[in-house]
Structures are given as structure tokens and as C-alpha cells.
Ligand binder design. Structure first.
Ligand SMILES: Nc1ncnc2c1ncn2[C@@H]1O[C@H](COP(=O)(O)OP(=O)(O)O)[C@@H](O)[C@H]1O
Ligand SMILES: [Mg+2]
Length: 369
């Protein structure tokens, strides 16, 4: 199948929409990128709805936000096309992850919910949309997450080197790529989620730029130990998580009313992310000598230093060293998944998600043309 594919995603950080244009012929490469940051009010509503702290009727809020985000996702795709001078007719499909607002893979009736109505995206762009990538995996007993390891294998695996890829978004996930072996991967726990909420509160900014605030504090070992005592870290894969679990309530419980200087809390939260990723890498891929980082966390210099400090003997680099800038790996993964869906190839890895079998993922919303 020839043609270009677009990938769209907004992660749990709810910072905005990453959009990439990918050309898969002759070899996969990103030909254009675009980021549309969410307006502040939209970001706030996404975070509030995700946390169950929305105002008004929940179904009205969910339904309205689904369409509003659909419009924003469509606009991001159109901006990407315009900016790159690409006619929509050349694009075979858009792969839209949407915006996760709830992820409960361990509930009695397990579910995961992504919004940004694909009908709106297809109607506004006139391009076929593949979306709803996670729920088929959940229907087969899987976590529905992480989905990126399959793409990491295609983009980053090496025949003679054990590699680990860490995607540090709101939540962090790692992919283990043993040469010739089975791909594994799981969410390790918090990525930026705690650091971001602390920055919003204490700096008034959406994130701690370059980790400067955290770098000015010192790790509070009592707080770190209390946070690391959570059962998620030691639980065996398959596992995935979200802000339903790693949230303000957990941080408050770990602080137990103690007064810790805000900069020290920031330092501790950065260390928590670094430690939990490093512990998972050491436990599940002890032979790895290379860790490639993608996601917004790759920009946090302090975090990267702490991560390297927790992994002596492991070389920590950005995925840019492997040809994909860390900001665009996830969106590229959803462009790739859209292609797998259109070609009726399985997109999930049961070795990662725990699903009963591998399966074609997603639903297809025709272009209407
Ligand atoms: N310069 C930077 N310094 C520190 N953190 C950054 C920087 N740039 C991005 N980030 C972090 O990355 C996050 C966005 O990462 P992203 O991969 O988009 O996450 P998600 O997939 O959850 O949306 C921001 O919320 C912020 O925490
Ligand atoms: Mg993001």
C-alpha cells in the first residue's frame, strides 16, 4: 500500500496534539510534524474530567469534549497538511489515538476510554480515520497499553544489541528489545504527571522547564520511600496505569501532612520517576547497556541526569540517536498502527499487553469520498 499516513495523539499530560506525517515508502520516515497546544481551558477540562472533578453533568461534559477535541485533532491534521504543502488526497489515512480520559484495565468490566470523535476528524479532513486502537486488546483480556512497543520494535530494534526504550509522557512506559527475543513492555509508573501537578501549583507553569526547580531542591528520602512503597512498582507485567492511580491523592498521602520545602518535593518527584524507570530496567533487562528516551521527559535535563545516575553502566540517549526525535515517536507509532489496521495486520503484542491473542486494532471511519 502506498501513500502517506498521519498520526495524532494527545497523551495523559494533556499538553496538546502531536501530529506527524509519515511516508512509508520506500522506508518509514517522518516528513512533517506539527504540535497544537491545547487552549488552557481545554487542558483544564480534560484533566478535570479525567479526575472526575468536572462541573456539571458528566455525560454532557464527555459528549461535548469528545466533539470539541475532534475539532482540535482535525485542525491539527489540517495544519500539518497545509504547513507541508500536502494535499489531503495523498494521505491514505489518519491514525488518531485521541485523548485518554479514563483507563481501568483491572476493573470488573475493564475499560479504557479515548475521546476526540473520529467522525469529526474524518468529516473535516475528508481523510479515512483509524481510531479506538486500545479497546479490542482490552476486549481480549489485555491491558490495551502500552501499544507503542510494536512500533518501537520496527523502528528501534537492533539484531545484536539489547535495547530499552523509555517513553516518558505523563506516565512512563518501557519497551525491552532483546536481540531476536520476544518484545516486552509495560508502564513503569509516573512520568511527568507528579512533576507537572507540582509545577502548576508552585510555579504556576504547566511543567518544570528543564527540571530547574527540581534541580534546586534535594531529595526527601522519607517522601521518596513512601511514594515507592506503592504496590504498582513491584507488580509483575503485564501492567498499565494512569492518573487514576498516580495522582494528587497519592502524593498527599505520602506527605502525611509533613512540611517539605516545595523545591525538595520537586526534587523527590523527579527522583521517583527516574528511580522507578531505572528499577524496572534493571529488573527486567539486566543485560541492557542502551536506554533510548522519548516523550516530553527527554527535555527535562535534570530528570535525564537523575535517570543516568540511577543506571550506572547504561548509556542513556534520546531516540534522536536512532533517527526519530523524542517528541514524535508516539504520533509516528499511531501513523504506523493506522497502516497496520488498514492492511488488516495485527497491531498489539500479547507478550506486552497480556491479551489472549494478537489482533487487528481499531475501527475505520471512511473518508466519505
Ligand atoms: N523543556 C522541558 N522541560 C521539562 N519538562 C518538559 C519539557 N518539555 C516537555 N516536558 C514535559 O513533557 C510533558 C509532555 O510530554 P508528552 O510526551 O507530550 O506527554 P504525554 O504523552 O503525556 O502528552 C510536559 O507535560 C512536561 O512535563
Ligand atoms: Mg503530549
Amino acid at each position: 500500500m502506498t501513500g502517506l499516513f498521519i498520526g495524532l495523539i494527545s497523551g495523559t499530560s494533556a499538553d496538546g496534539i502531536d501530529a506527524v506525517l509519515m511516508d512509508f515508502a520506500p522506508a518509514p520516515r517522518i516528513t512533517a510534524t506539527h504540535f497544537s497546544s491545547y487552549p488552557d481551558t481545554v487542558r483544564q477540562r480534560v484533566l478535570q474530567l479525567s479526575a472526575g472533578r468536572h462541573t456539571g453533568d458528566p455525560i454532557d461534559e464527555l459528549g461535548g469534549l469528545d466533539v470539541e477535541l475532534g475539532e482540535l485533532f482535525a485542525a491539527a491534521a489540517l495544519a500539518l497538511l497545509e504547513q507541508s504543502g500536502t494535499p489531503a488526497s495523498r494521505v491514505r489515512a489518519i491514525g488518531s489515538h485521541g485523548q485518554t480520559v479514563r483507563h481501568r484495565p483491572r476493573a470488573r468490566h475493564p475499560f479504557t476510554l479515548q475521546i476526540a470523535d473520529p467522525n469529526v476528524i474524518a468529516a473535516r479532513t475528508g481523510i479515512t480515520v483509524a481510531a479506538d486502537f486500545r479497546r479490542r486488546d482490552v476486549a481480549l483480556g489485555g491491558q490495551g497499553a502500552p501499544l507503542l512497543p510494536a512500533f518501537h520494535r520496527v523502528a528501534f530494534a537492533a539484531p545484536a544489541e539489547e535495547r530499552v526504550v523509555a517513553n516518558i509522557g505523563g506516565i512512563s512506559n518501557i519497551t525491552l528489545l532483546p536481540p531476536g527475543g520476544e518484545v516486552r513492555g509495560f508502564d513503569t509508573g509516573p512520568g511527568n504527571v507528579f512533576m507537572d501537578l507540582w509545577s502548576r501549583e508552585h510555579l504556576g507553569t504547566p511543567f518544570d522547564k528543564n527540571g530547574d526547580f527540581a534541580a534546586g531542591g534535594k531529595v526527601d528520602e522519607t517522601l521518596l520511600a513512601a511514594l515507592l512503597a506503592d504496590g504498582y512498582y513491584a507488580a509483575p507485567p503485564p501492567k498499565s496505569t494512569g492518573p487514576e492511580h498516580f495522582n494528587r491523592g497519592m502524593l498527599d498521602a505520602a506527605l502525611t501532612g509533613r512540611r517539605v520545602a516545595p523545591a525538595d518535593v520537586a526534587a523527590t518527584l523527579a527522583q521517583l520517576t527516574a528511580r522507578s524507570i531505572a528499577d524496572a530496567v534493571r529488573k527486567h533487562s539486566p543485560a541492557a547497556r542502551m536506554l533510548y528516551v522519548c516523550g516530553g521527559g527527554a527535555h527535562n535535563l535534570h530528570l535525564m541526569t537523575r535517570l543516568a545516575g540511577c543506571l550506572p553502566g547504561v548509556n542513556v540517549a534520546s531516540t534522536e540517536a536512532l533517527g526519530i526525535h523524542p517528541d514524535w515517536v508516539e504520533a509516528a507509532g499511531f501513523a504506523w498502527l493506522a497502516r497496520e489496521t488498514l492492511e488488516a495486520r495485527p497491531g498489539n503484542l500479547p507478550s506486552v499487553t497480556g491479551a489472549g491473542k494478537s489482533t487487528v486494532l481499531g475501527a475505520i471511519y471512511p473518508s466519505g469520498k
